[in-house]
Write a protein that binds this ligand. Sequence first.
Ligand code: SAM
Ligand code: SF4
Ligand code: SF4
Length: 356
Amino acid sequence: MSSARVIPIAVPAAPTFSPAAPDREAVDKRGRRIRDLRISVIDRCNFRCVYCMPKTVFGREYPFLPRADLLSFEEITRIARLFVDQGVEKIRITGGEPLLRKHIETLIEQLARLPVELTLTTNGSLLPQKAQALKDAGLHRITVSLDGFDDAVFRRMNDVDFPVADVLAGIDAAAAVGLAPVKINCVVKRGTNDDQILPLARHFRGSGHILRFIEYMDVGSSNGWKMDEVLPSSDVISRIHAEFPLEAIDPNYPGEVAERWRYVDGGGEIGVISSVTQAFCSSCTRTRLSTEGKLYTCLFADQGHDLRALLRQGVGDEQIAAAIAGIWRGREDRYSEIRTAATAAARKIEMSYIGG
Ligand code: SAM
Ligand code: SF4
Ligand code: SF4
C-alpha cells in the first residue's frame, strides 16, 4: 500500500563496536527483547477475506505495490540475518498470500540457512502444488488459515468462492510431506462464522493438527471492525467444552501467544488467541517487515521505518544493525492494552500489507 506513512531512518554513524556484541540483545522501553520477525513477501492475495481484504476496498483498481518496490530475496535474507544477530529466534513468512510470490521456495532455502525456526502462514489454496517444494527448501512448520468447515460459509468468508475441500487438500498435502502437525487458524467473527467453531473442532479432533481460534481484530482501516463482532475466546472454549470437555495446558514457553487446551479424552490440542480480550503486549517480542521493507514494531502501527532505503543507499551491515537496535530500543507499543473505540477507528496499516 503506497500510502503507508514512513519514518525515514537517519543513517547512524558507523559503529566502533561489533554489532554482534552490545546490539545483540536490544531491549525496548518496556523491557521486551526481539525474538520474532514476521516477513510479508507480497501484498497481493487470491482471497478477499471479509475481515482482511474486503472487496469494496481491495477491488480491481487497488494500488498494489509495483514489483520494483518489493524487497528482493537477497534483501530480505540480508535483513533477516541482521535480526538474527540481534536475538531473533523465529521467522514467519506471511503476506498477502505468500505462496503467490514467485519462487518462494528459493527464499525459504536462503532463510533456512539461518539458525531460526522458520514457519509460513498461508491460506492453503496453493499448498497441493507447493507443499513438497517448501519442505524440500527447509521450511520447518506451516500454519493454514481456515475460517469455516461448511463450504458455503467458507466461500462467503474468502469471498472468491474458493471451496473448502481444496484447503483441506492443502492441509493433507502439507502433512503428507512432513510439515505436520499443521496449525490451523480460524478468525472468529461473531454472527458471521461463529457457527463454524464446533464443526471445525469435530473435524480436527484426533487429526494430530492444532486448531486455533483467533479473536477478530481491528487491524487496518478497511474491515469496519466493531467490538460486538468479537467473540471472546472464553466463549469459544465454553462452546467446545460443552461438547468435548477440555482442560488447560501449560504454555510451550513463557509469553506464548496462544493459550493451550487439550481434550480430556485424548483427542488432541486446540488453542485460542485472545488478542482483544486478553492483550499480551507486555510479553510482545514480535516485529514485522512489510513487503516493501518497512519495519513495524506493532501490528497496529500507522508508521514504518524505511529499511529498504538504507539497503538501497548502500549502507553497511553494521549501520543497519545499529539502526534496527535503535528503533527497537525506542519501542513503547502496547496497542491492545490501551485499545478504545477511538484507537480502533484510527488509521492503521492493513494486515495484508504488514503481514499477519
Ligand atoms: N494469506 C495468508 C493467510 O491468510 O494465512 C497469510 C496472511 S494473513 C494476513 C495472516 C493471518 O492474519 C491469517 O490467519 C488471517 O486470518 C489473520 N487475519 C487477517 N485479518 C485479521 C483480523 N482482522 N483479525 C484477526 N486475524 C486476522
Ligand atoms: Fe488473503 Fe490471508 Fe487476508 Fe485472507 S487473511 S485476504 S487469505 S491475506
Ligand atoms: Fe505486540 Fe502491538 Fe500486538 Fe501489543 S498490540 S501484542 S505490542 S503487536
